[in-house]
Design a protein around this ligand. Structure first.
Ligand SMILES: *[C@@H]1O[C@H](CO)[C@@H](O)[C@H](O)[C@H]1NC(C)=O
Ligand SMILES: *[C@@H]1O[C@H](CO)[C@@H](O)[C@H](O)[C@H]1NC(C)=O
Ligand SMILES: *[C@@H]1O[C@H](CO)[C@@H](O)[C@H](O)[C@H]1NC(C)=O
Ligand SMILES: *[C@@H]1O[C@H](CO)[C@@H](O)[C@H](O)[C@H]1NC(C)=O
Ligand SMILES: *[C@@H]1O[C@H](CO)[C@@H](O)[C@H](O)[C@H]1NC(C)=O
Ligand SMILES: *[C@@H]1O[C@H](CO)[C@@H](O)[C@H](O)[C@H]1NC(C)=O
Length: 534
């Protein structure tokens, strides 16, 4: 039922934390997820001629993904989340075709656009063979048919499998009150071009059927986790029973930036995890004219409102939101945002194309075919992602019980910076992100997180350094680059920074070093003199 990896740990404990096995939860916390939209990831024949109308099918398939798993694994990811797999409605509409997979028609047939049953089974097997886990996106809020925009929608219920009768659905009304849960849970979402016929997930037959279905889907194909689409749009009571029926870890989509509204799903044991929309907004804002202090503040609010922020999915982009680079193309900002996502508490989740610095804005333009990048493994953000995943994977390997579950501590933050430490002594990662952009000035900051005289390496520049007697390290900031420090010993066997050089103020820092008008603590001048004389 689960991958070999999960089976190995499953034997040890069968304790349940809420609806999900504690071993599943613990395992998923150590993973790093790459999010794939099947139609846009890779074609079966691997062709990369970019012709693709982004509102229609572009030809990606499960086989295409199998053939390109190296691209994902070489970036250090240990899990893949894919778009929904069931058969959808056909045809073009005012909002395009069902290329994304969210317009369920028949839950008991796989989507023929993406391949056959054996193609899908082959995908799962190929993912497991690499010791990666597979998460599948599932839709429970609604079934879908074309809509001519004349209300009420005319639905041929006999076309749905299951739920082939109107009695399984809420009566039609349009969601109009986004603060009224009865309204946004019982009415039909976004009636335009298609009708999202809203399932009556309060009724026992619907609850039983969806439970049976997800149990079958997970066990027939050996799926390791699910993402629950629009979890906020079904009633609370539905969720824990559904997750329990699935038997696996779930990330439920709860789109809100309000800590209480999001965290209640955890504290009431409705869902084991959710994509971290709480930090999504202040993280983006910090690079778009806002302040890092708001992100630091949201971290604190989320930590007190949620039971466990290490079970949230940390993300910057997904298939619903405008790409980061559609708002600001500066590469240094993107590098800082990526660094935060991969080293933050929680399960890092990177949406395909983020590593290629794609810049599509709203849906469907944020769903560019990945092949238009030529699967460039030398793209700056691809290389950065590979490095950071390797660092995180090494820290988890060095400290399997503690790294992923230890909450980060904030070492220092101001309007431009956020410096965090994650992990126990010996496998800690100390990192500083900033929002100065590639035009950023040169200066030094002294940041803690280590013990006296620890030998450390800054992994993005492969520079070695030694912590001072207080455990602080001097960071030579320039051009808005993020900084990531680990104990030297942590990098053994990772292939990272085979050669390092002593860190010192570079040409950029040297110019600004003495004259920097920064509120930040300037490095120990004596330590510097030593470097300059050596
Ligand atoms: C549904 O409500 C939205 C406003 O919330 C409105 O823009 C839209 O036209 C409505 N659609 C229908 C089919 O009534
Ligand atoms: C909330 O929405 C429901 C369903 O549309 C409606 O019946 C109810 O009156 C609304 N409640 C409030 C307080 O507006
Ligand atoms: C899983 O397999 C069983 C046995 O073949 C079948 O009855 C069931 O419909 C399948 N479930 C799904 C979701 O494919
Ligand atoms: C979260 O906290 C609440 C309230 O303290 C508690 O009832 C619940 O069991 C906790 N859930 C988990 C998964 O720890
Ligand atoms: C960085 O933060 C400062 C202070 O809040 C803000 O003025 C600046 O616009 C931010 N930079 C970017 C690129 O958003
Ligand atoms: C050491 O780093 C901390 C932040 O982690 C900072 O507040 C402190 O001032 C630094 N100490 C020195 C001596 O620079």
């Amino acid at each position: 039922m689960r991958s070999s990896v999960l089976r190995a740990v499953a034997a040890s404990a069968l304790a349940f934390a809420g609806a999900v096995s504690a071993t599943d939860l613990a395992e998923w916390k150590t993973r790093s997820i790459y999010q794939v939209m099947i139609d846009r990831f890779a074609r079966t024949d691997g062709s990369t001629d970019a012709e693709c109308d982004v509102s229609k099918f572009c030809g990606g398939s499960w086989k295409g993904l199998v053939n390109k798993l190296d691209y994902i694994q070489d970036m250090g990811f240990t899990a893949i989340q894919i778009s929904p797999v069931v058969k959808n409605m056909e045809g073009n509409t005012a909002v395009g075709e069902a290329y994304h997979g969210y317009w369920s028609l028949d839950n008991y047939a796989l989507n023929p656009h993406f391949g056959t049953e054996s193609d899908f089974s082959d995908l799962v097997a190929a993912v497991h063979k690499r010791d990666m886990l597979l998460m599948v996106d599932v839709v429970v809020n609604n079934m879908v048919q074309p809509f001519d925009n004349k209300v009420p929608p005319k639905i041929d219920y006999t076309k749905f499998d299951p739920f082939n009768d109107q009695k399984y659905f809420h009566p039609y009304c349009n969601v109009t009150e986004w603060e009224n849960s009865t309204n946004y849970q019982d009415c039909w979402l976004y009636p335009y071009g298609v009708a999202l016929a809203d399932l009556d997930t309060e009724s026992q037959p619907v609850v039983d059927e969806l439970g049976r279905w997800v149990k079958g889907l997970v066990s027939n194909y050996s799926i390791d986790g699910i993402r629950i689409d629009a979890a906020k749009h079904v009633n609370d009571e539905f969720l824990p029973a559904f997750v329990k029926s699935s038997g696996v870890f779930a990330l439920g989509e709860v789109l809100t930036g309000v800590p209480g509204d999001m965290c209640r799903y955890q504290t009431l044991n409705l869902l084991p995890g959710m994509p971290n929309y709480l930090e999504y907004y202040p993280l983006n804002a910090a690079f778009l004219g806002g302040s890092m202090t708001d992100l630091a503040s949201m971290r604190n609010q989320a930590e007190s409102a949620c039971n466990d922020t290490t079970a949230l999915g940390s993300f910057l982009e997904n298939h619903d939101m405008p790409r980061f680079a559609s708002q600001n193309e500066d590469i240094a900002l993107a590098r800082n945002a990526m660094t935060y996502i991969l080293l933050n508490d929680g399960i890092p989740t990177v949406y395909q194309g983020q590593e290629q610095h794609f810049k599509g804005n709203s849906t469907p333009f944020n769903r560019e075919p990945l092949w238009s990048s030529g699967y460039n493994t030398e793209a700056p953000l691809y290389v950065l992602t590979a490095t950071l995943n390797k660092v995180r994977n090494a820290a988890i390997k060095a400290s399997p019980e503690k790294y992923a579950t230890t909450m980060s501590t904030t070492l220092w933050s101001d309007v431009n910076h956020l410096c965090l430490r994650k992990g126990p002594d010996g496998s800690q990662v100390v990192f500083c992100i900033n929002n100065k952009s590639s035009e950023g000035d040169s200066y030094e900051v002294s940041v803690g997180g280590f013990s006296a005289n620890d030998k450390v390496i800054e992994v993005l520049g492969c520079k070695s350094n030694t912590a001072d007697v207080t455990g602080n390290v001097t960071m030579y900031m320039a051009k808005g680059e993020p900084k990531v420090y680990v104990p030297e010993s942590l990098l053994k066997g990772t292939g990272l920074c085979g050669k390092t050089e002593a860190d010192a103020p570079g040409p950029d820092n040297a110019a600004g070093a003495l004259g920097v008008a920064s509120s930040v603590v300037v490095a120990a001048v004596l330590g510097w003199a030593a470097v300059l004389l050596a």
